[in-house]
Structure formats: C-alpha cells, structure tokens
Design a protein around this ligand. Structure first.
Ligand code: ZN
Ligand code: ZN
Length: 356
C-alpha cells in the first residue's frame, strides 16, 4: 500500500459528506447523493431503483441515467434535471463534483466530491470486469473512498463472465430441443448477457420478456451490440425450443416460463456462487455473472485509489471493514439503509421496477 494522499488540514470529512437517513448529504452544497427519500437536490450515480428514485426537486446525473429515470418513472420524475458530463466539474456552493465511470451499468458513475483539497469518492455500485455495454471503472485517487460491499466476503469470487456465457451456449448446443430461459435483471445485466452472447458468436435472434423491452431498446439506441432481439409476446412460446430467452429473475419460476418447450432455467447473478441459492430458486444452470465487484476486486480497488480511509455503504460492510483493518486502513460502516441493489442484492427480490 502506498502512502495515502496528503489530506487537507482545514476541512473535516464530516463537513463535506455525512450519512443521514435520506442518504449521504453534503452540507456545503446542500445536496444528497443517491437519496432514498425525496430531497431538494439529488446527485444520482446510476439508474437502479435503490439509487435513483422519483420525486426530487432537482437531479444531477449523467445523460444516460437521466434517460433511464425518465423511462422508468416518466418525464416528470424530478422538478428539474441537469446533465453531468463525465469528467467535467460541476461546482455547487464551494464544492466541486465530478462524475467518473463506475463500470456498473450504462450511465453509471462514481461521484468525486472535492473542496479545499479534501477529496471523497462516492463509488455507488461498481465492478472492475469489462462490460461491453458500459464505460469501464476509472480509479480516482482520493482521501476517502466510499464503497459498497455487496459481495464483500471471501466466498464471492466471480469467474470471467465470458466463461459463464460459454456454459450457457454449450447447454444450448447439447439440448437443441429445449428453450433456455435466462433470468437477468432488466437494467444492465440482461443487456450485458446479450452482448456477451453476441461476442461469443451466437447469431440467432435472442428473445426477451416484455418487461425488458424498453430498457433494451434504450441500450440499442445507445449503440449496444445486441444483434436481433425479438419480444416473446409476439411469438408462440411453444415454438422456441433451442432458443435463448432473457427474462426478469422473477419470471423464471412463473407459469410464463413453463410454456416453453422443456425449459432449462438459468440465472445470471453473483449470488449463483452459492449453490443452495440456485437450488432454492429451481435454477438448473447457475451463471455467476455480476455487475458488482467481487471480494478480490473490492480489495484491489481499495488499494488502487490509495485512500487513507474507507467508508462502506451497504452489503457485507463488517467483513470489508475488518479486512481494511488488517491492512492498516482506517474504515467504518456507514449503515446506510435503503440500498440493496435492485440489480443484485436480494436474489429473491422481484424485478418490479419495470412494469409489465
Ligand atoms: Zn446498482
Ligand atoms: Zn445498489
């Protein structure tokens, strides 16, 4: 571990950011980051529903995140909206805010908060593995790094996603009569899985559940290379033997899924590392594909940003805080409530943020 950056002597961290019941609050700029209840002014890291909520007076977020919020909540999701251009600084009061890619889903950003030489990075949700559907995580050296810990336990080590997709395609090859029903969250995971399937050379149409149509169209309009996508509703499910169908995780156990020919059920999630979780859900083909950093990548990232202090927002905070202590880093859990990624935190959570 290299030396932490020289920290400003004249500003205390709590003057720049403090945890409140509504979320992280910056008193100097009077803004909240990813607030879980309506506030006057919100800065939002990404479009998952636990971070991006409707009803704020004003929202500052990337263009893609603003678009995703409008798709999910309607154009009136906030009183005002302001676009944060990645890399450029927005000054509010005496504080500089900069959005930097987080590699989590399309439009996802870390927010760099800086005043009088003190720099705090709010990473939101992030991953380090390459994702063809969004810009990669950029580490920013800082004094305090605020991280999630969704998969902050040594058991969570995600294999390369392309190897998991290869398992899916091998199953499709072995069982050409059966439909493959892949549960994946509607924002990010579903489109990432589709893009990885294309990268692996699978060229037949991919079928999607109606609930992911809007977001998938948005990804396509943003240039994601997903190939030919067809909506299941418009086709006869009985005729889709041998095809790949992507649906919300909640649908894999529905009657909806049983109408396909002898379906193989798969689920793309970091939780699939835990065999019992796959069994509980009746998942025949677990695919360990996550949009969150695994245990190794949480540690690698913490080392890379060279922060002297780590604050942990949600997930396995105690384990990660403990690890920080073992390598001589000051760390604390923030006990923020309301986060548990729509995208991944709870494997049994219904994907109800998108209607239909
Ligand atoms: Zn998320
Ligand atoms: Zn989250």
């Amino acid at each position: 571990m290299t030396l932490a950056r020289q920290r400003s002597q004249n500003l205390r961290p709590s003057e720049l950011l403090i945890p409140t019941p509504a979320g992280l609050y910056c008193p100097l700029a009077e803004i909240h980051i990813d607030p879980v209840r309506p506030v006057a002014r919100a800065l939002i890291t990404h479009g998952h529903s636990d971070h991006a909520r409707a009803g704020h007076g004003a929202v500052l977020a990337t263009r893609e995140t603003l678009a995703i919020m409008a798709l999910r909540y309607g154009e009136g999701f906030a009183g005002e909206r302001q676009e944060a251009v990645p890399g450029s600084v927005t000054r509010i009061g005496a504080v500089d805010f900069r959005f930097v890619p987080a590699g989590h889903v399309l439009g996802s950003a870390q927010i760099v908060v800086e005043a009088r030489g003190l720099r705090i990075v709010v990473s939101g949700d992030y991953k380090r593995e390459r994702d063809p559907t969004c810009a990669g995580f950029e580490p920013v050296p800082c004094d305090i790094f605020i991280t999630e810990a969704t998969f902050g336990l040594p058991v969570f080590r995600h294999p390369p996603a392309h190897l998991e997709v290869a398992k899916l395609l091998e199953s499709v090859r072995l069982f050409p009569e059966r439909s493959h029903i892949v549960g994946a969250y509607s924002l990010g995971k579903a489109q990432r899985v589709m893009a990885l399937i294309r990268e692996a050379g699978f060229e037949r149409p991919l079928y999607i559940h109606g609930a992911m149509e809007t977001l998938t169209e948005f990804y396509l309009s943003e240039g994601a290379r997903l190939g030919e996508i067809r909506k299941v509703a418009a086709t006869d499910r009985k005729s889709l033997g041998g095809e790949i169908v992507i649906c919300p995780p909640s649908a894999i156990q529905d009657l909806w899924a049983r109408k396909f020919p002898d379906p193989v059920t798969a689920f793309a999630s970091g939780w699939m590392r835990i065999r019992a979780r796959a069994r509980q859900r009746g998942v025949e083909l677990p695919l360990i594909i996550s949009d969150h950093a695994d245990w190794d990548d949480l540690q690698a990232t913490i080392r890379e940003v060279e922060a002297g202090e780590i604050w942990v927002t949600h997930g396995e905070a105690d384990a990660l805080v403990h690890w920080c202590g073992t390598v001589g880093l000051k760390a604390k859990p923030l006990h923020l409530v309301g986060y548990g990624d729509e995208g991944e935190a709870e494997p049994v959570e219904a994907d109800n943020a998108v209607t239909g």
